[in-house]
Design a protein around this ligand. Structure first.
Ligand code: AMP
Ligand code: GLY
Length: 420
Protein backbone atom coordinates (compact mmCIF):
# COMPACT_ATOMS: atom_id res chain seq x y z
CA UNK A 1 0.00 0.00 0.00
CA UNK A 2 1.01 3.59 -0.60
CA UNK A 3 0.43 6.20 2.03
CA UNK A 4 0.69 9.98 2.00
CA UNK A 5 1.45 12.13 5.03
CA UNK A 6 0.56 15.83 4.66
CA UNK A 7 2.76 18.32 6.50
CA UNK A 8 6.38 19.18 7.18
CA UNK A 9 6.98 19.09 10.92
CA UNK A 10 8.35 16.64 13.46
CA UNK A 11 4.84 15.22 13.96
CA UNK A 12 4.76 14.30 10.27
CA UNK A 13 8.30 12.87 10.44
CA UNK A 14 7.16 10.64 13.34
CA UNK A 15 4.07 9.58 11.35
CA UNK A 16 6.16 8.76 8.27
CA UNK A 17 8.69 6.84 10.39
CA UNK A 18 5.99 4.77 12.08
CA UNK A 19 4.05 4.17 8.86
CA UNK A 20 7.21 3.04 7.09
CA UNK A 21 7.23 0.17 9.61
CA UNK A 22 3.58 -0.74 9.05
CA UNK A 23 2.80 -4.06 7.46
CA UNK A 24 2.04 -3.97 3.77
CA UNK A 25 3.34 -0.43 3.24
CA UNK A 26 5.38 -0.32 0.05
CA UNK A 27 5.98 3.45 -0.07
CA UNK A 28 5.40 6.45 2.18
CA UNK A 29 5.15 9.91 0.64
CA UNK A 30 5.30 13.17 2.60
CA UNK A 31 4.10 16.50 1.20
CA UNK A 32 6.10 18.64 1.47
CA UNK A 33 8.21 16.90 4.15
CA UNK A 34 11.68 17.93 5.33
CA UNK A 35 15.26 16.55 5.31
CA UNK A 36 14.31 14.12 8.09
CA UNK A 37 11.31 12.64 6.34
CA UNK A 38 13.49 12.18 3.25
CA UNK A 39 15.32 9.42 5.14
CA UNK A 40 12.17 7.31 5.64
CA UNK A 41 9.89 8.44 2.82
CA UNK A 42 9.69 10.18 -0.54
CA UNK A 43 9.20 13.93 -0.27
CA UNK A 44 6.72 15.49 -2.70
CA UNK A 45 7.05 19.25 -3.32
CA UNK A 46 3.39 20.15 -2.75
CA UNK A 47 2.43 22.56 0.05
CA UNK A 48 0.31 21.14 2.87
CA UNK A 49 -2.53 23.58 2.18
CA UNK A 50 -2.68 22.94 -1.60
CA UNK A 51 -5.65 20.63 -1.16
CA UNK A 52 -6.56 20.22 -4.85
CA UNK A 53 -2.98 19.48 -5.94
CA UNK A 54 -2.66 16.96 -3.12
CA UNK A 55 -5.81 15.18 -4.27
CA UNK A 56 -4.49 15.19 -7.86
CA UNK A 57 -1.26 13.63 -6.62
CA UNK A 58 -3.06 11.00 -4.50
CA UNK A 59 -5.36 10.06 -7.37
CA UNK A 60 -2.46 9.90 -9.86
CA UNK A 61 -0.32 7.65 -7.66
CA UNK A 62 -3.22 5.58 -6.41
CA UNK A 63 -2.44 6.44 -2.78
CA UNK A 64 -4.41 4.10 -0.49
CA UNK A 65 -4.50 6.30 2.62
CA UNK A 66 -3.69 9.94 3.35
CA UNK A 67 -3.17 11.26 6.86
CA UNK A 68 -3.10 15.00 7.51
CA UNK A 69 -0.78 16.44 10.16
CA UNK A 70 -1.66 20.15 10.49
CA UNK A 71 -5.08 21.74 10.99
CA UNK A 72 -5.07 24.25 8.13
CA UNK A 73 -5.68 21.77 5.25
CA UNK A 74 -8.49 20.17 7.26
CA UNK A 75 -10.15 23.51 7.96
CA UNK A 76 -9.73 24.33 4.24
CA UNK A 77 -11.61 21.14 3.30
CA UNK A 78 -8.97 18.61 2.24
CA UNK A 79 -11.16 15.76 3.55
CA UNK A 80 -14.08 16.95 1.40
CA UNK A 81 -11.83 17.23 -1.67
CA UNK A 82 -10.54 13.67 -1.20
CA UNK A 83 -13.98 12.24 -0.35
CA UNK A 84 -15.40 13.81 -3.51
CA UNK A 85 -12.89 11.81 -5.52
CA UNK A 86 -13.34 8.56 -3.60
CA UNK A 87 -9.88 8.84 -1.98
CA UNK A 88 -9.38 7.56 1.57
CA UNK A 89 -8.19 10.23 4.03
CA UNK A 90 -7.99 10.22 7.81
CA UNK A 91 -9.34 13.53 9.13
CA UNK A 92 -12.56 15.50 9.59
CA UNK A 93 -14.50 17.42 6.94
CA UNK A 94 -14.22 21.21 6.85
CA UNK A 95 -17.58 21.45 8.63
CA UNK A 96 -16.42 19.15 11.46
CA UNK A 97 -12.96 20.78 11.64
CA UNK A 98 -14.75 23.99 12.69
CA UNK A 99 -14.35 22.63 16.22
CA UNK A 100 -10.75 23.78 15.88
CA UNK A 101 -11.16 26.37 13.13
CA UNK A 102 -13.60 28.53 15.10
CA UNK A 103 -13.39 28.91 18.85
CA UNK A 104 -16.83 30.56 18.78
CA UNK A 105 -18.28 27.49 17.01
CA UNK A 106 -16.63 25.19 19.57
CA UNK A 107 -17.82 27.22 22.55
CA UNK A 108 -21.40 27.45 21.27
CA UNK A 109 -21.35 23.70 20.53
CA UNK A 110 -20.19 22.94 24.10
CA UNK A 111 -22.95 25.12 25.57
CA UNK A 112 -25.59 23.46 23.37
CA UNK A 113 -24.43 19.95 24.24
CA UNK A 114 -23.69 20.51 27.93
CA UNK A 115 -19.97 19.78 27.57
CA UNK A 116 -18.04 21.23 30.53
CA UNK A 117 -15.99 24.27 29.54
CA UNK A 118 -15.05 27.70 30.92
CA UNK A 119 -17.81 30.34 31.12
CA UNK A 120 -17.41 32.72 28.23
CA UNK A 121 -18.75 35.67 26.25
CA UNK A 122 -18.30 36.22 22.52
CA UNK A 123 -17.41 39.84 21.76
CA UNK A 124 -16.55 41.99 18.73
CA UNK A 125 -15.36 45.24 20.29
CA UNK A 126 -13.60 46.77 23.23
CA UNK A 127 -16.72 47.87 25.09
CA UNK A 128 -18.23 44.39 24.99
CA UNK A 129 -14.88 42.86 25.99
CA UNK A 130 -14.64 45.23 28.97
CA UNK A 131 -18.15 44.23 30.07
CA UNK A 132 -17.20 40.53 29.73
CA UNK A 133 -14.04 41.02 31.83
CA UNK A 134 -16.10 42.79 34.49
CA UNK A 135 -18.62 39.95 34.55
CA UNK A 136 -16.09 37.07 34.53
CA UNK A 137 -13.45 38.69 36.76
CA UNK A 138 -9.68 38.29 36.53
CA UNK A 139 -7.68 36.28 35.58
CA UNK A 140 -9.39 36.11 32.22
CA UNK A 141 -8.50 34.62 28.83
CA UNK A 142 -8.85 36.30 25.39
CA UNK A 143 -9.04 33.99 22.36
CA UNK A 144 -9.13 34.88 18.69
CA UNK A 145 -11.96 33.00 16.99
CA UNK A 146 -9.99 31.70 14.01
CA UNK A 147 -6.68 29.90 13.46
CA UNK A 148 -3.74 31.91 14.76
CA UNK A 149 -0.89 29.35 14.81
CA UNK A 150 -1.12 28.96 18.58
CA UNK A 151 -0.62 32.70 19.17
CA UNK A 152 -4.26 33.78 19.45
CA UNK A 153 -4.70 33.05 23.16
CA UNK A 154 -3.76 35.57 25.87
CA UNK A 155 -4.11 34.70 29.55
CA UNK A 156 -4.46 38.01 31.46
CA UNK A 157 -3.85 38.12 35.20
CA UNK A 158 -3.31 41.85 35.85
CA UNK A 159 -5.26 44.91 34.67
CA UNK A 160 -2.20 45.82 32.56
CA UNK A 161 -2.34 42.45 30.82
CA UNK A 162 -6.05 42.95 30.10
CA UNK A 163 -5.24 46.38 28.63
CA UNK A 164 -2.47 44.87 26.48
CA UNK A 165 -4.93 42.24 25.19
CA UNK A 166 -7.48 44.98 24.40
CA UNK A 167 -4.89 46.87 22.37
CA UNK A 168 -3.72 43.73 20.57
CA UNK A 169 -7.21 42.53 19.68
CA UNK A 170 -9.16 45.73 19.09
CA UNK A 171 -6.62 48.42 18.14
CA UNK A 172 -3.75 46.60 16.43
CA UNK A 173 -6.20 43.99 15.10
CA UNK A 174 -3.25 41.61 15.34
CA UNK A 175 -5.23 38.56 14.26
CA UNK A 176 -6.98 40.06 11.23
CA UNK A 177 -10.12 38.18 10.20
CA UNK A 178 -9.34 35.45 12.76
CA UNK A 179 -9.78 38.07 15.48
CA UNK A 180 -13.04 39.68 14.32
CA UNK A 181 -14.84 37.73 16.99
CA UNK A 182 -13.13 37.10 20.31
CA UNK A 183 -13.99 34.61 23.02
CA UNK A 184 -13.43 36.12 26.48
CA UNK A 185 -13.49 33.38 29.06
CA UNK A 186 -12.96 32.51 32.66
CA UNK A 187 -9.43 31.31 33.50
CA UNK A 188 -9.37 27.74 34.76
CA UNK A 189 -6.84 26.44 37.28
CA UNK A 190 -5.64 22.86 37.37
CA UNK A 191 -3.53 20.34 35.47
CA UNK A 192 -3.63 20.44 31.70
CA UNK A 193 -3.76 17.18 29.72
CA UNK A 194 -3.76 16.39 26.02
CA UNK A 195 -6.34 13.67 25.38
CA UNK A 196 -6.24 12.25 21.87
CA UNK A 197 -8.56 9.67 20.34
CA UNK A 198 -9.05 8.15 16.93
CA UNK A 199 -12.70 8.05 15.89
CA UNK A 200 -14.71 6.80 12.92
CA UNK A 201 -17.62 9.08 13.79
CA UNK A 202 -19.16 6.67 16.26
CA UNK A 203 -16.57 4.46 17.98
CA UNK A 204 -13.45 5.87 19.64
CA UNK A 205 -10.02 4.43 20.37
CA UNK A 206 -8.07 6.50 22.92
CA UNK A 207 -4.40 7.05 22.17
CA UNK A 208 -1.81 6.86 24.94
CA UNK A 209 -1.94 9.72 27.43
CA UNK A 210 0.52 12.54 26.90
CA UNK A 211 1.49 15.81 28.47
CA UNK A 212 2.64 18.82 26.53
CA UNK A 213 4.94 21.59 27.83
CA UNK A 214 3.57 24.75 26.24
CA UNK A 215 5.65 27.52 27.80
CA UNK A 216 9.08 28.41 26.48
CA UNK A 217 10.98 28.28 29.75
CA UNK A 218 11.67 25.89 32.59
CA UNK A 219 9.02 25.81 35.30
CA UNK A 220 6.41 27.03 32.78
CA UNK A 221 7.93 30.51 32.59
CA UNK A 222 7.85 32.70 29.51
CA UNK A 223 5.53 32.90 26.54
CA UNK A 224 3.23 30.20 25.13
CA UNK A 225 4.69 28.22 22.23
CA UNK A 226 3.49 25.46 19.93
CA UNK A 227 4.97 23.05 22.48
CA UNK A 228 8.52 22.65 23.82
CA UNK A 229 8.31 19.01 24.84
CA UNK A 230 6.05 16.13 25.73
CA UNK A 231 6.01 12.92 27.71
CA UNK A 232 3.94 9.78 27.43
CA UNK A 233 2.44 8.28 29.47
CA UNK A 234 1.23 11.32 31.43
CA UNK A 235 0.46 10.61 35.07
CA UNK A 236 -3.25 10.62 34.23
CA UNK A 237 -5.47 8.99 36.79
CA UNK A 238 -7.68 6.26 35.26
CA UNK A 239 -10.80 7.73 36.80
CA UNK A 240 -10.05 11.19 35.40
CA UNK A 241 -9.33 9.67 31.97
CA UNK A 242 -12.71 7.92 32.13
CA UNK A 243 -14.44 11.20 32.97
CA UNK A 244 -12.73 13.03 30.10
CA UNK A 245 -13.90 10.30 27.74
CA UNK A 246 -17.48 10.17 29.08
CA UNK A 247 -18.06 13.87 29.77
CA UNK A 248 -16.14 15.51 26.93
CA UNK A 249 -14.94 13.24 24.11
CA UNK A 250 -17.91 10.91 23.62
CA UNK A 251 -20.53 13.71 23.88
CA UNK A 252 -18.55 15.75 21.34
CA UNK A 253 -18.45 12.94 18.79
CA UNK A 254 -22.07 11.94 19.45
CA UNK A 255 -23.18 15.59 19.36
CA UNK A 256 -21.52 16.24 16.00
CA UNK A 257 -23.14 13.10 14.53
CA UNK A 258 -26.47 14.16 16.00
CA UNK A 259 -26.17 17.60 14.37
CA UNK A 260 -25.49 16.03 10.98
CA UNK A 261 -21.76 16.83 10.95
CA UNK A 262 -20.11 13.49 11.72
CA UNK A 263 -16.57 13.85 13.04
CA UNK A 264 -13.97 11.36 11.79
CA UNK A 265 -10.23 11.25 12.30
CA UNK A 266 -8.18 12.34 15.28
CA UNK A 267 -9.89 14.36 17.98
CA UNK A 268 -7.57 16.04 20.44
CA UNK A 269 -9.17 17.53 23.52
CA UNK A 270 -7.07 20.03 25.45
CA UNK A 271 -8.47 19.62 28.95
CA UNK A 272 -7.95 21.39 32.27
CA UNK A 273 -8.49 18.99 35.15
CA UNK A 274 -9.93 21.37 37.77
CA UNK A 275 -11.22 20.80 41.28
CA UNK A 276 -14.71 20.58 39.75
CA UNK A 277 -13.66 17.97 37.22
CA UNK A 278 -12.37 18.06 33.65
CA UNK A 279 -13.22 21.13 31.55
CA UNK A 280 -12.59 21.51 27.83
CA UNK A 281 -10.08 24.23 26.86
CA UNK A 282 -9.96 23.56 23.14
CA UNK A 283 -10.42 20.93 20.50
CA UNK A 284 -7.83 20.22 17.86
CA UNK A 285 -8.87 18.29 14.78
CA UNK A 286 -5.51 16.51 14.41
CA UNK A 287 -2.66 14.93 16.32
CA UNK A 288 -0.72 17.12 18.73
CA UNK A 289 2.79 18.32 18.03
CA UNK A 290 4.98 17.42 20.01
CA UNK A 291 2.68 14.85 21.72
CA UNK A 292 2.72 12.60 18.64
CA UNK A 293 6.52 12.28 18.78
CA UNK A 294 6.20 10.88 22.36
CA UNK A 295 3.13 8.72 21.68
CA UNK A 296 3.75 6.97 18.36
CA UNK A 297 7.00 5.18 19.32
CA UNK A 298 4.99 3.51 22.10
CA UNK A 299 2.30 2.13 19.78
CA UNK A 300 2.46 -1.65 19.65
CA UNK A 301 -0.19 -2.09 16.95
CA UNK A 302 0.01 -1.44 13.27
CA UNK A 303 -0.63 2.29 12.78
CA UNK A 304 -1.94 2.04 9.23
CA UNK A 305 -4.48 -0.64 10.17
CA UNK A 306 -5.85 1.64 12.91
CA UNK A 307 -5.99 4.69 10.64
CA UNK A 308 -7.74 2.74 7.89
CA UNK A 309 -10.29 1.41 10.37
CA UNK A 310 -11.05 5.00 11.45
CA UNK A 311 -11.42 6.19 7.86
CA UNK A 312 -13.59 3.20 6.90
CA UNK A 313 -15.99 3.34 9.87
CA UNK A 314 -14.63 0.10 11.31
CA UNK A 315 -13.24 1.11 14.69
CA UNK A 316 -15.93 -0.64 16.75
CA UNK A 317 -14.36 -3.24 19.02
CA UNK A 318 -10.81 -2.10 18.33
CA UNK A 319 -8.33 -0.79 20.82
CA UNK A 320 -4.72 0.28 20.63
CA UNK A 321 -2.04 -1.43 22.70
CA UNK A 322 1.00 0.39 23.96
CA UNK A 323 4.51 -0.69 24.85
CA UNK A 324 5.26 -0.51 28.54
CA UNK A 325 8.09 1.91 27.81
CA UNK A 326 7.96 5.67 28.37
CA UNK A 327 8.89 8.36 25.86
CA UNK A 328 10.05 11.93 26.39
CA UNK A 329 10.37 14.50 23.63
CA UNK A 330 12.53 17.61 23.99
CA UNK A 331 12.09 20.29 21.34
CA UNK A 332 15.16 22.20 20.18
CA UNK A 333 14.03 25.62 19.00
CA UNK A 334 15.90 28.29 17.09
CA UNK A 335 17.08 31.70 18.18
CA UNK A 336 14.13 34.08 18.62
CA UNK A 337 11.37 31.45 18.92
CA UNK A 338 8.42 31.93 19.51
CA UNK A 339 8.95 35.40 18.05
CA UNK A 340 10.81 36.15 14.84
CA UNK A 341 13.35 33.37 14.34
CA UNK A 342 16.80 33.45 12.84
CA UNK A 343 17.32 30.81 10.17
CA UNK A 344 20.34 29.22 8.53
CA UNK A 345 22.34 28.26 11.65
CA UNK A 346 24.40 25.09 11.00
CA UNK A 347 23.37 22.00 12.98
CA UNK A 348 26.00 19.48 14.14
CA UNK A 349 26.05 16.28 16.16
CA UNK A 350 22.93 14.66 14.75
CA UNK A 351 24.62 11.39 13.78
CA UNK A 352 26.23 11.13 17.22
CA UNK A 353 22.84 11.69 18.89
CA UNK A 354 21.16 9.06 16.71
CA UNK A 355 23.89 6.56 17.64
CA UNK A 356 22.84 6.76 21.31
CA UNK A 357 20.67 3.89 22.53
CA UNK A 358 17.00 4.80 22.84
CA UNK A 359 17.29 8.11 20.98
CA UNK A 360 15.16 9.15 18.00
CA UNK A 361 15.34 12.52 16.27
CA UNK A 362 12.47 13.95 14.25
CA UNK A 363 13.04 16.99 12.03
CA UNK A 364 10.82 20.07 11.85
CA UNK A 365 12.46 23.37 10.81
CA UNK A 366 15.56 22.04 9.06
CA UNK A 367 16.91 22.47 5.54
CA UNK A 368 19.91 21.22 3.61
CA UNK A 369 22.11 24.05 2.33
CA UNK A 370 24.90 22.70 0.09
CA UNK A 371 24.97 19.44 2.02
CA UNK A 372 24.96 21.10 5.46
CA UNK A 373 21.90 20.75 7.68
CA UNK A 374 20.81 24.22 8.87
CA UNK A 375 17.95 25.60 10.94
CA UNK A 376 14.91 26.73 8.98
CA UNK A 377 12.12 27.44 11.45
CA UNK A 378 11.08 28.00 15.04
CA UNK A 379 10.90 24.44 16.24
CA UNK A 380 13.94 22.81 14.66
CA UNK A 381 14.19 19.23 15.97
CA UNK A 382 12.31 16.91 18.32
CA UNK A 383 14.71 14.72 20.28
CA UNK A 384 12.91 11.69 21.68
CA UNK A 385 14.21 9.37 24.39
CA UNK A 386 12.76 5.95 25.11
CA UNK A 387 13.17 4.05 28.37
CA UNK A 388 11.52 1.78 30.90
CA UNK A 389 10.45 4.77 32.99
CA UNK A 390 9.91 8.51 32.41
CA UNK A 391 13.24 9.11 34.18
CA UNK A 392 15.06 6.75 31.79
CA UNK A 393 13.29 8.24 28.80
CA UNK A 394 14.18 11.81 29.76
CA UNK A 395 17.83 10.86 30.41
CA UNK A 396 18.00 9.32 26.94
CA UNK A 397 16.40 12.40 25.36
CA UNK A 398 18.83 14.77 27.12
CA UNK A 399 21.81 12.57 26.10
CA UNK A 400 20.72 13.23 22.53
CA UNK A 401 20.09 16.93 23.19
CA UNK A 402 23.62 17.37 24.63
CA UNK A 403 25.18 16.15 21.40
CA UNK A 404 23.19 18.30 18.97
CA UNK A 405 24.44 21.86 18.61
CA UNK A 406 23.49 24.96 16.69
CA UNK A 407 23.91 28.67 17.48
CA UNK A 408 20.94 30.14 19.39
CA UNK A 409 19.61 26.69 20.38
CA UNK A 410 16.84 26.93 23.00
CA UNK A 411 15.26 24.08 24.94
CA UNK A 412 13.69 23.31 28.29
CA UNK A 413 15.74 21.33 30.78
CA UNK A 414 12.78 20.16 32.88
CA UNK A 415 10.76 17.99 30.46
CA UNK A 416 9.32 15.06 32.40
CA UNK A 417 10.98 16.12 35.64
CA UNK A 418 7.86 16.41 37.76
CA UNK A 419 6.67 13.00 36.50
CA UNK A 420 9.98 11.15 36.85
P1 AMP B 1 -5.99 26.96 23.53
O1 AMP B 1 -5.41 27.19 22.16
O2 AMP B 1 -7.41 27.36 23.64
O3 AMP B 1 -5.70 25.59 24.08
O4 AMP B 1 -5.13 27.89 24.49
C1 AMP B 1 -3.73 27.78 24.56
C2 AMP B 1 -3.30 27.62 25.99
O5 AMP B 1 -3.79 28.69 26.78
C3 AMP B 1 -3.88 26.37 26.64
O6 AMP B 1 -3.13 25.24 26.36
C4 AMP B 1 -3.85 26.75 28.11
O7 AMP B 1 -2.55 26.57 28.64
C5 AMP B 1 -4.16 28.23 28.08
N1 AMP B 1 -5.61 28.42 28.26
C6 AMP B 1 -6.56 28.48 27.30
N2 AMP B 1 -7.79 28.67 27.83
C7 AMP B 1 -7.62 28.74 29.16
C8 AMP B 1 -8.51 28.91 30.27
N3 AMP B 1 -9.81 29.11 30.10
N4 AMP B 1 -7.97 28.91 31.49
C9 AMP B 1 -6.64 28.75 31.67
N5 AMP B 1 -5.75 28.59 30.69
C10 AMP B 1 -6.23 28.57 29.44
N1 GLY C 1 0.89 20.59 21.33
C1 GLY C 1 -0.28 21.34 21.12
C2 GLY C 1 -0.86 21.22 19.80
O1 GLY C 1 -0.49 20.39 18.99
O2 GLY C 1 -1.78 22.00 19.51
Amino acid sequence: MRVLVVGSGAREHALAWKLSRSEGVEEVYVAPGNPGTAAVATCVPIAADATVELADFAAGLKIDTTIVGPELPLVLGIADEFAGRGLRLVGPSAAAAQLEGSKVFCKEFCLRRGIPTARAEVVRDRAAAAAAVKKLGRPVVFKADGLAAGKGVLVCRSADEVEAAMVRFFEERAFGAAGERVVVEECLEGDEVSFMVLTDGAATVPLASARDYKRLGDGDAGPNTGGMGAVSPAALDGEVAGRILREIVVPTIAGMADEGVPYRGVLYAGVMVTRDGPQLLEINCRLGDPETQAVLPRLEDDLLALLNAAADGELTGRRASWKREACACVVLAGEGYPGKVRKGDPITGLAEALAQPGVLVFHAGTRLAEGQLVTDGGRVLSVVGRGATIADATSAAYRGVDLIRFPGRQFRTDIGRSLA
